[in-house]
Design a protein around this ligand. Structure first.
Ligand code: AMP
Length: 305
């Protein structure tokens, strides 16, 4: 498994592979890899001959008061995990190589970014869209894999690819959770034991909203209130708990018609850590806690919606 740092050398290596007829499947990450990332790597192996993982803590997607400098970085440990999982190549550039002196270009996806995290993290999705565009140009993947945990990011990238006619197939992978339901995240490493325990209110609330939706409750205010009443008392701040249209990410106000879906998206702060999670409510039930894992789930909230 080779690691490349320089964009030009990475591109030349991949050009040669493509010349031999290889297809490239790319998994973009910021490192501090966990099982969620590694399942994306497994997924990538189903879509391309060569699995390339990029590891880059992208400065342009962090705001001035965000955690860029303290974001966990451990390339050696990431390399060992990827080797074990059978990835073929790593691209781990430096900020200076990705954004050389005088870099002045940003890619901006409008409308989808006006909702959820967009207004709270100004410039974040421009940073994401810019770095993903760079990675696609450097790597020339046929497929790129993204996690549904970052639902808005996935939506922004799908739109970017569609609008700019990029020849990349985007594959979404379901959110990977710990056995107690907490969505895996590199930022979970910031949580103290007490904070992590409190964070379990998020998957429990998502499950409760899922159950309410499948019992026939279709009123956005009721579903949102169901999650809020469970989460708000247990976290330090709620950035948003919103029921939105999965296509536009605009808030839903009217009752959800039969056979339509909705996304409940959550962003909260616990201590100094910001956590996001979501659940897609659609005709097919997709619980946070599958039946096989029910023995390990945290207690559900006692008050029904
Ligand atoms: P990050 O390193 O946090 O930027 O994430 C890199 C990729 O992994 C993104 O596509 C994320 O959506 C995805 N990812 C992160 N955590 C999870 C998870 N728990 N389940 C599925 N995908 C994830």
């Amino acid at each position: 498994m080779q690691t490349f740092q320089h964009p030009r050398q990475m591109r030349e290596h991949l050009d040669a592979l493509r010349h031999q007829g290889h297809t490239i499947a790319l998994v973009p990450t910021m490192g501090a890899l966990h099982e969620g990332h590694l399942q994306l790597v497994d997924e990538a192996a189903r879509h391309g001959d060569t699995v390339l993982v990029s590891i880059f803590v992208n400065p342009t997607q962090f705001g001035p008061n965000e955690d860029f400098s303290r974001y966990p970085r451990d390339l050696e440990s990431d390399r060992a995990k990827l080797q074990q999982r059978g990835a073929h190549l790593i691209f781990a550039p430096t900020p200076e190589l990705m954004y050389p002196e005088g870099a002045a270009t940003r890619v901006c996806v409008q409308h989808l970014t006006a909702h959820l995290c967009g207004p709270l993290r100004p410039g974040h999705f421009d940073g994401v869209a810019t770095v993903v565009t760079q990675l696609f140009h450097i790597a020339g993947p046929c497929t790129a894999i993204f996690g549904q945990k970052d639902f808005q990011q996935l939506a922004v990238i799908r739109r970017l690819v569609r609008d700019l006619h990029m020849p990349v197939h985007i594959v979404a992978h379901p959110t990977v959770r710990d056995s107690d339901g907490l969505a895996l995240s590199s930022r979970n490493a910031y949580l103290s034991t007490d904070e992590r325990q409190r964070a379990l209110c998020i998957p429990a609330a998502l499950q409760q909203v899922h159950d309410a939706f499948h019992s026939g409750i279709r009123t956005p205010a009721r579903l949102t209130q169901c999650a809020t009443s469970h989460i708000a008392p247990r976290v330090d701040a709620v950035d948003y708990i919103s029921l939105v249209c999965p296509d536009t990410l605009a808030p839903l106000r009217d009752d959800i018609p039969q056979h339509h879906s909705a996304l409940l998206a959550v962003a909260v702060r616990i201590g100094t850590t910001r956590l996001i999670d979501n659940i897609l409510l659609s005709t097919a039930p997709s619980p946070v806690f599958p039946r096989s894992a029910q023995g390990t789930k945290p207690p559900r909230p006692t008050s029904p919606c």
